[in-house]
Design a protein around this ligand. Structure first.
Ligand SMILES: *[C@@H]1O[C@H](CO)[C@@H](O)[C@H](O)[C@H]1NC(C)=O
Ligand SMILES: *[C@@H]1O[C@H](CO)[C@@H](O)[C@H](O)[C@H]1NC(C)=O
Ligand SMILES: *[C@@H]1O[C@H](CO)[C@@H](O)[C@H](O)[C@H]1NC(C)=O
Ligand SMILES: *[C@@H]1O[C@H](CO)[C@@H](O)[C@H](O)[C@H]1NC(C)=O
Length: 301
């Protein structure tokens, strides 16, 4: 009875862990394929790295002259804007971004925006702190992908890089070119020297603890605790104490894991509804599980 409720928890925990693995659709661009675009700069020598797997963003860049950096950001064409922002803090507010989109008639627009605040009227077009080389920007749609290219005039671009993607079918329009709120965004750290990109470290540490806590508690300790209850009954009353101790420990770790999930969701502004719903379900099942001996004792009395 108890073992079967544990296996239900285990089943949902596995399902929940799997719900974060997103399957990307077949991509028409990868770091193995050459760029075949008509750009104002040479594209054969660019470093290439996937920077946002959830939306299949690929970044190519190289330092050209001592103070000129070439960038090409490739993303699926979803009829929305794509943006690459540079930030001193890792936050959107205060950052400057290069934003590009392709209109229905096929013409592309690239603009710099300054993100002065969360409200749309604080996100202003044609402002910001990036020195974009004159006439270096372009955006091209090709094989269901868009390629946003630009050159920055700086000795060292900021390493806290943000990427965002707009609502499908919503693109900025004249005269104000107001930028509607993004559909999704990510904050990363780009190491230009080694050519590696990672999600912002404090978040990735939190993400790691979230994963490890949940796996340890719901995936391992709960099972061990249940087995102690099921198979070691001949060692009475030790079996009960060890069973209860392991189960409570698993529950507390699991609770910490789920709370870290909420903090993470809040900080990352992530869309993880299925994952979250399953997590709450596991927590509820876990509560019932941990309380079951108490219920059991009360029912004897
Ligand atoms: C560097 O810039 C020059 C002049 O803008 C251009 O001709 C050349 O192709 C660039 N090199 C690379 C590697 O992009
Ligand atoms: C960046 O640019 C914006 C708008 O152009 C300006 O208000 C802000 O003070 C600038 N920030 C820095 C640090 O230069
Ligand atoms: C970069 O900026 C410096 C100083 O503002 C300027 O002298 C130089 O011509 C610029 N380089 C390019 C390629 O625009
Ligand atoms: C940029 O493009 C405009 C319009 O095509 C042109 O008038 C201007 O001379 C160009 N600037 C540079 C630095 O090439």
């Amino acid at each position: 009875m108890e073992l079967s409720s544990i296996s239900i928890i285990f089943f949902f925990a596995t399902l929940q862990a799997l719900s974060v693995l997103q399957v990307n659709s077949q991509s028409t661009d990868s770091c193995n394929s050459n760029l075949n675009l008509d750009l104002p700069f040479d594209t054969s020598l660019l470093n290439c790295l996937p920077v946002w797997s959830r939306h299949d963003f690929i970044l190519r860049y190289v330092r050209n002259l001592s103070n000129v950096w070439n960038f090409v950001l490739s993303a699926p064409d979803t009829n929305s804007f794509v943006a690459m922002g540079f930030s001193t803090t890792g936050q959107m507010v205060g950052s400057s971004a290069v934003v590009g989109w392709v209109s229905a008639d096929g013409s592309g627009t690239v603009k710099q925006y300054f993100l002065g605040g969360q409200r749309p009227n604080l996100v202003v077009a044609d402002q910001g702190n990036l020195t974009i080389v004159e006439n270096s920007t372009s955006i091209t749609s090709r094989s269901s992908r868009v390629y946003l290219a630009f050159q920055l005039n700086t000795s060292q671009p900021l390493s806290r890089v943000l990427y965002s993607v707009g609502q499908i079918g919503v693109i900025p329009s004249a005269p104000g070119f107001a930028l509607a709120e993004h559909r999704d965004k990510v904050s990363t750290l780009l190491n230009y020297r080694t050519g590696t990109s990672a999600s912002d470290s404090q978040h990735s540490r939190l993400r790691k603890s979230h994963g490890i806590l949940n796996m340890l508690s719901w995936g391992i300790l709960m099972i061990i605790g249940a087995m102690a209850g099921r198979y070691f009954k001949q060692w009475d009353p030790m079996w009960f104490y060890s069973h209860a101790a392991i189960q409570s420990c698993a529950f507390l770790l699991g609770l910490a894991g789920i709370i870290s999930g909420f903090v993470l969701e809040d900080r990352l502004n992530a869309e993880v509804d299925t994952h979250k719903a399953l997590g709450i379900l596991i927590l509820v099942l876990g509560c019932l599980q941990v309380n079951s001996p108490a219920i059991h004792i009360y029912s004897i009395k």
